[in-house]
Design a protein around this ligand. Structure first.
Ligand code: SAM
Length: 182
């Protein structure tokens, strides 16, 4: 099925699910991370969980393919607008309509959005490997993942998060942890 993720609840056949999964590269394409968390959390059944695997927001400070020098700020509200050929699936693909918009949500924004949506954080794991050559220094291992070479500083390149709903669903509007941002 295909749907705007913000409207996922009305697109899927069941009211809720034991596991709700958001995969890599999804959050940067969404302007509103709180709205994503609310949509995802609304589909988690009592006793179920949300699992998110994502590229680590720390990597947003690095240049696109130029190395590990810090080129961008970590805190970048508003969209990052680019007009470059190629796609994330094939950097060298000849493409025509190249204007793109991405939102660099911080790790704090993401975790806080999940908590605000009423889920309980089970773990937040940070990983020193990623799925592609995010910067030129990375080497591909025998396992197919990309890491910094031996002897170089290990950087957080991905993270994974598990957040669960208690077995008793809270009443709408009374989700635990929901309140003014601090
Ligand atoms: C970088 S891709 C990642 C796709 C996939 N997770 C992967 O690893 O190949 C981001 C995807 O988010 C989709 N997307 C962007 N905004 C969306 C929205 N509002 N609702 C649903 N999907 C959306 C895009 O169509 C695109 O397929």
């Amino acid at each position: 099925m295909c749907s705007d993720v913000y409207e996922a609840a009305s697109a899927v056949p069941e009211a809720d699910y034991d596991i709700v999964y958001t995969s890599t590269g999804a959050l940067d394409w969404l302007p509103d991370v709180r709205k994503w968390a609310e949509a995802a959390a609304s589909l988690v059944a009592p006793g179920g969980f949300l699992y998110l695997a994502e590229f680590h927001p720390f990597t947003h400070v690095l240049g696109d393919h130029s190395g590990t020098a810090i080129e961008h700020g970590y805190f970048r509200p508003g969209p990052v607008v680019e007009d470059l050929p190629g796609t994330y699936a094939d950097f060298n693909a000849p493409t025509v309509h190249n204007l793109s918009y991405e939102w660099m949500h911080t790790l704090g924004d993401i975790v806080s959005a999940v908590a605000a949506a009423g889920l309980r954080l089970e773990f937040l794991h940070e990983h020193d490997m990623t799925l592609f050559q995010r910067v030129s220094e990375l080497n591909e291992g025998a396992d197919g993942y990309w890491r910094m070479p031996e002897g170089r500083p290990r950087l957080p390149l991905m993270f994974s998060l598990k957040a669960s709903r208690s077995r008793v669903r809270s009443r709408p509007g009374k989700a635990p942890g929901y309140g003014p941002a601090t």
